[in-house]
Ligand binder design. Structure first.
Ligand code: ZN
Length: 422
């Protein structure tokens, strides 16, 4: 699948401290410590609805990780999937009377233009579930052979499930107790009541073909992939075992990341699918949870179409810590707009305070579990001083433009008009 065009990322002199991030599994902030090539997988969208601010916040957090790792001299191999075969897609297509493939294509195009407008660096590999069906079939075959998977005793629909106990370490990623797992499994796409399962929380690997649903031929019977195995194979086959970062929203901690890890570990016979499991908080609106059922989703495309500069959206989201559940408000948008204007006015001056100390502070804050709010405050301090006429470093405005572009993804000197939706 084609991703989206990459914005240019300026290289900045020097380097900051090594990146440390909170790992959900170990429940602590620890060094990411990648090799020369950092490897990162972030779960992509199911393309049945447009990108809302919660999605944007997640991809922006991992974009910041990407930028910090690059700034530290790493090459970043970034992989993302797109779940273009799944129940929510079929249900929405049916409701709206359109073909599920057309719906998927339309929403994927909208997502790409949202990412481009927000200046999110694209994944190197952007892989659809449909594109990875052959990889899934090979994996399900291997899991059946090793005994990690089984087909339910149902002659008509012999669905294939993963034995949650197959790896012996199931549950280490989320650290949730059994009762929490059962609740979340039922709430988030699981099927605890399916007759024939050995354990109610065993996850679907391969759904046998049903009338009216897409299916692909396989040695163990025609069908389509379950949700988690797609991410396991796309990540393993491109990044290898024990890659650096598995990322997504906190609603993916269980069951999705627990199972994509367990599937991957059973396939590769390894202890740990990813070294870091990194999760972003949820974005609410004006004191309420942002959700489809409440009808209060704020869409990136709607904001852009209303003329909001995507840089303001970016700065508004970066003003909160990525792990915190937090609220989006009109006021937050106003604060971000004022900040952008102040920074632009400051860098338009011929000189300002020397930039080196500010650049060092920004790097230090970001390396400390992506403390973006403090990084913004560091730039504020420089901008306020520059506007007050303090400092005579003539190269400083250009250096600030550079660091803000490279690490925060905001080009202060561009008009950056939103790209129209195709
Ligand atoms: Zn995933």
């Amino acid at each position: 699948m084609q991703s989206w065009p990459s914005p240019a990322v300026p290289e900045i002199d020097g380097t900051g401290p090594a990146l440390r991030l909170y790992d959900t599994s170990d429940a602590l902030v620890k060094p990411v410590a990648p090799g020369s090539v950092a490897t990162m997988y972030v779960c992509g969208i199911t393309p049945y609805d447009a990108t809302h601010l919660g999605h944007a916040a997640t991809y922006l957090a991992f974009d910041t990780v990407n930028r910090v790792l690059r700034d530290q001299g790493h090459e970043v191999h970034y992989v993302q999937n797109i779940t273009d075969v799944d129940d929510p897609l079929f249900e929405r297509a049916e409701r709206d009377g359109i073909d599920w493939r057309d719906l998927g294509t339309r929403e994927t195009n909208l997502f790409r233009s949202d990412m481009e407008n927000l200046r999110i660096l694209p994944p190197r590999d952007y892989i659809g579930a449909i594109e990875s069906v052959d990889e899934v079939i090979a994996a399900v075959g291997a899991l059946l052979k090793s005994g990690a998977a089984y087909a339910v005793d149902d002659a008509e629909f012999p669905d294939i499930y993963f034995r949650s106990g197959a790896t012996g370490v199931f549950g280490y990623e989320s650290n949730y107790d059994r009762a929490t797992m059962e609740t979340l499994f039922a709430e988030r796409g699981g099927d605890p009541d399916r007759p024939g399962k050995r354990d109610p929380i065993d996850a679907l690997l391969w759904r046998a073909a049903r009338p009216g649903e897409p299916s692909w031929p396989a040695p163990f019977g025609a069908g389509r992939p379950g949700w988690h195995i797609e991410c396991s194979v796309i990540a393993l086959n491109r990044l290898g075992e024990g890659f650096d970062i598995q990322g997504g929203g906190s609603d993916l901690i269980f069951p999705h990341h627990e199972y994509s890890a367990a599937h991957g570990e059973a396939l590769a016979q390894q202890r740990r699918f990813a070294r870091h499991y990194v999760h972003t908080g949820m974005i609410g609106l004006d004191g309420e949870k942002m959700s489809k059922s409440l009808g209060n989703l704020v869409l990136v495309s709607t904001l852009c179409a209303a003329g909001v500069d995507p840089r303001i959206i970016r700065l508004g989201l970066l003003d909160g810590h990525y792990r915190a559940d937090r609220m989006w408000t009109e006021a937050a948008l106003g604060v971000a707009a004022e900040r952008l204007t102040m920074w632009q006015r400051a860098v338009a001056r011929e000189s300002g305070p020397a930039a080196a100390a500010v650049i060092a502070r920004v790097r230090t804050h970001l390396a400390n579990d992506l403390d973006t709010p403090k990084a913004l405050v560091a730039i504020d301090g420089w901008a306020k001083s520059a506007l007050a006429g303090i400092g005579s470093a003539s190269g400083a405005p250009d250096q600030i433009v550079g660091i803000v572009d490279a690490l925060l993804g905001v080009d202060l000197r561009s008009a950056h008009p939103p790209r129209p939706v195709d």
